[in-house]
Each structure stands twice: as C-alpha cells, then as structure tokens.
Design a protein around this ligand. Structure first.
Ligand SMILES: *Cc1c(COP(=O)(O)O)cnc(C)c1O
Length: 300
C-alpha cells in the first residue's frame, strides 16, 4: 500500500516565459494532505507499523502532524498529535478530521513536544517532524518520479524549514547521479536558520524566528541538512514575507493552486527573478504545498 501518491510534474508556460528558462513544477500540493510531508510521514509510519508499532505520536501542528494523522488512519493505527496553544483553528480541525486525538499543551512548540515525548511507549512511536533518515528516504521518491517522467533537471529550487525536504531531495539527486546540479535552498529572512549556519560555517541555532512562514520556523536545521548543503552544490537564499505571499498569489493565478508562504519562498526566486538561469536550463521547483492555507489567510 502506498500512503503518498505520485504527483503531477507540470511544465509551467507562464513561469518559463517570465523567468527565461524551462520551469517544471513538482506538485506536492496535490498530495492528499496537501504537502510532501505525506511522503515522509507515510514512509516512516509504514516502516514502524511493520516493526510492530501500535500507534504514533506527533508534536507538529503543521503539515507534518496532519500527514502523521493521515498515515495512521490509512494504516488503521491511532495517532495522537500534541500541539501548542498557538496552533491555528484550521490546523486543529484538519488533524481531527483525520481522526487523530488532538491534545493542546503548552505555549510553545518545545512544551508540546516534551509532552508528546512523555507519551511514547514501547509500541507507540514518536514521529519527528524533520530529523530522521526514514523521513528523507520517503521524500527522495520525488526525484525518482521526476527522473521516471523523463526530466533530468539542471537546477532545483526548494524551501527549507528543518531541512527534511533538502535532505530527501539531496538523497534522490545522489541516487540518480544528479548531485552536481545547483540546488537553491530558500527561507524567509525571519526563518533563515540554514542561511545562518552556512554563513557561520557551523550549525547555529537562531535566537528567535519570526514572520509569516510558520512552517519554515525551525530555529535550527537538522545536522544532515547542513552537511548535505556543504557537500552538494547548495546555495542558501532568502526572500521577504511579502515576496513569499505574492508568489503564492501569482501561482494561484497561473496554475489555479493555492500554497502556503512556506512554498511561496521557492516560487519567489522565479517570480522575483532572483536567480538568472540560461534559456535552455530545466529548473525544477518543488511545489511543497501547505495544508492549512486558505484564500482568507493569504489575503490577510
Ligand atoms: C515541512 C514543510 C516545509 C519545510 O520542510 P523542512 O523539511 O522542514 O525543511 C516547507 N513547505 C511545506 C509546505 C512544508 O510542509
């Protein structure tokens, strides 16, 4: 059984014309839960289920928690998601819609996470939102599908929060001998934990994260994302909250698809022409998606 689905790969005429290169969109927004997190959560939950897991615990009020809730439902195993008070009503609704038990605990994520960890038992497994090789392995199938669809990209653009997407795509690129191509890893100014680490030459933790792209708001990327960023041809990029939101609006107009600002950051590199590509370059953008986004939230 596959929990995540094979997503469309779309050649974007509007974005190609706008950016002067060949733009390909991998539509992870089409996953049943609206983001690539279903690849990672689905893969790890299925693996643990085979090892005898009787249930799962997540502490993410975002796309990761929703994906774990969905995966548990598909596997017929109970899921508990512990979220802090700051988690939006919309996200809580989506978690409960998947049939998971929702516990609201603590003011910030670290408090919710501590409570989640206290609920772990021998057969109730904790699913980290971004730091586990099994998550990255699930995400690497994005590159498998792209290559199977006949595209060998010349560059990749992706968003970075805690770094599972970067880790998984890097694994996929290495699998297909594509690890020499440039990877643009994009954050907002307020969530630029990878950029900070790359500039410092070591893994650093941000004192605070801020801004609209809450999905990217990990104060520190996982160590593997940092190692991968130094091993591969990865360039850290930053855009503003406003640019991220505007890119979401433009994607909506161009492709009738609504995504979170966490995804808009990647699209903004092209919409705001922040990188110059050659006309023949095939540029792959991971349209990472976003479950909780609504037209109202983008307008606000
Ligand atoms: C999780 C997520 C990200 C960031 O991914 P990381 O693996 O945490 O770097 C970006 N966009 C969306 C929609 C996500 O769900």
């Amino acid at each position: 059984m596959e929990i995540s689905i094979r997503t469309p790969l779309i050649h974007s005429l509007p974005l190609s014309q706008h950016s002067g290169c060949e733009v390909w969109l991998k539509m992870e927004s089409s996953q049943p839960t609206g983001s690539f997190k279903l690849r990672s959560a689905g893969h790890i939950c299925q693996y643990y289920a085979q090892k005898g897991a009787k249930g799962f615990i997540s502490s993410s009020g975002g796309n990761a928690g929703i994906a774990v809730a969905h995966s548990g439902r598909k596997l017929g195993l109970p899921v508990t998601v512990v979220v802090p008070e700051t988690t939006s009503a919309r996200a809580r609704e989506l978690i409960e819609l998947e049939g998971a038990r929702l516990i609201v605990h603590g003011k910030v994520w670290s408090e919710a996470n501590e409570h989640a960890l206290s609920l772990v038992t021998d057969d109730i497994f904790y699913i980290h939102p971004f730091d586990n090789p099994l998550l990255w392995e699930g995400i690497s199938t994005i590159v498998d599908e792209v290559v199977n669809d006949g595209l060998r990209p010349d560059a990749v653009i992706l968003s970075v929060g805690g770094g599972s997407l970067l880790s998984g795509i890097a694994q996929g690129l290495e699998k297909h001998q594509l690890d020499h191509i440039p990877v643009y890893a994009v954050e907002t100014h307020g969530t630029a934990s990878l950029n900070a680490s790359l500039n410092a030459g070591k893994l650093v933790r941000l004192d605070k994260v801020s801004g609209i792209a809450t999905t990217l708001a990990a104060s520190q990327v996982c160590e593997n994302a940092f190692t991968v960023a130094r091993r591969l041809n990865v360039t850290g990029m930053q855009v503003s909250d406003e640019e991220a939101v505007n890119a979401c609006r433009q994607l909506l107009d161009d492709h009738r698809v609504l995504t979170e600002p966490a995804c808009g950051v990647s699209l903004s590199l092209l919409y705001d022409r922040k990188v110059q590509f050659n006309p023949a370059d095939k540029v792959l953008v991971i349209v990472c998606g976003g479950a909780s986004v609504t037209l109202e939230s983008i307008q606000a």
